[in-house]
Design a protein around this ligand. Structure first.
Ligand code: DX5
Ligand code: ZN
Length: 224
């Protein structure tokens, strides 16, 4: 089952409620929420007041991607504010096993994220614990960047590893996903596709979502 997760970072924040309604009407059941701190990445975005506000207007699963240096401090606060899943970067988690267990004990799905320069092998010891792994296909910090093709090798490696070990974690991919890259991402083994600019940069975000889902499903058919 392929899910397209519209990334709210690329939405028009003055019309956030309307944009969420558009993509939900087009069938989005998950939304991606990017939190940046200006330290781990060179940008600042949105926090818990925005999450609480959108939690009231949507039943969709809200996937919070923490691009911050202190996720242990903030993960519980975002879960309290309405996150259904929280992902933390491997690069800032010296106690990743503890962090993932803490997120699960607070009541959310726990994910771990890898930057483009971080190898998949760094996750070997936590793969049986993670609910999902997010492969960054751009360097995090901004929407609208160009897809880095090496991320497909990492998705493939991770999918092979998962199948060999009989594990069940989902593989998410984030950055530069659009009509030209979605099918490749699915063929490599990704199930959750985050898409910002290719959805909210389009004149009709709902229609862009439907078209992207069809393109992604075509990638799935090519595997079968
Ligand atoms: C980038 C964020 C992404 C971003 C994706 O650091 O993590 O979620 O919104 O945007 P696009 O799809 O435009 O690359
Ligand atoms: Zn993200």
């Amino acid at each position: 089952m392929i899910e397209i997760l519209p990334s709210l970072l690329s939405a028009d924040f003055a019309r956030l409620g309307a944009h969420i309604a558009d993509v939900e009407a087009a069938g989005a059941s998950m939304l991606h929420f990017d939190v940046m701190d200006g330290h781990f990445v060179p940008n600042l975005t949105i926090g818990t007041p925005v999450l609480q506000a959108i939690r009231k207007i949507t039943r969709a699963h809200i996937d919070v991607h923490l691009m911050i240096t202190n996720p242990d401090q903030f993960a519980p606060i975002f879960i309290e504010a309405g996150a259904d899943s929280v992902s933390v970067h491997q690069e800032v988690c010296p106690h990743l096993d503890r962090t993932l267990r803490m997120i699960q004990s607070e009541g959310a799905l726990a994910g771990v994220v890898l930057n483009p320069a971080t190898p998949v092998a760094t996750l070997d010891e936590v793969l049986d614990l993670a609910d999902f792994v997010l492969i960054m296909s751009v360097n995090p910090g901004f929407g609208g960047q160009k897809f880095l093709p090496n991320s497909l090798n990492k998705v493939r490696q991770l999918a092979e590893h998962r199948d060999r070990l009989g594990l069940k974690f989902k593989i998410e991919i984030d950055g530069g996903i659009g009509p030209a890259t979605a099918a490749d991402a699915v063929r490599a083994g990704a199930q959750w596709l985050v898409a910002g600019n290719s959805i909210f940069g389009a004149p009709d975000p709902g229609a862009a979502l439907v078209a992207l889902r069809e393109t992604a499903q075509m990638g799935l058919q090519q595997i079968a």
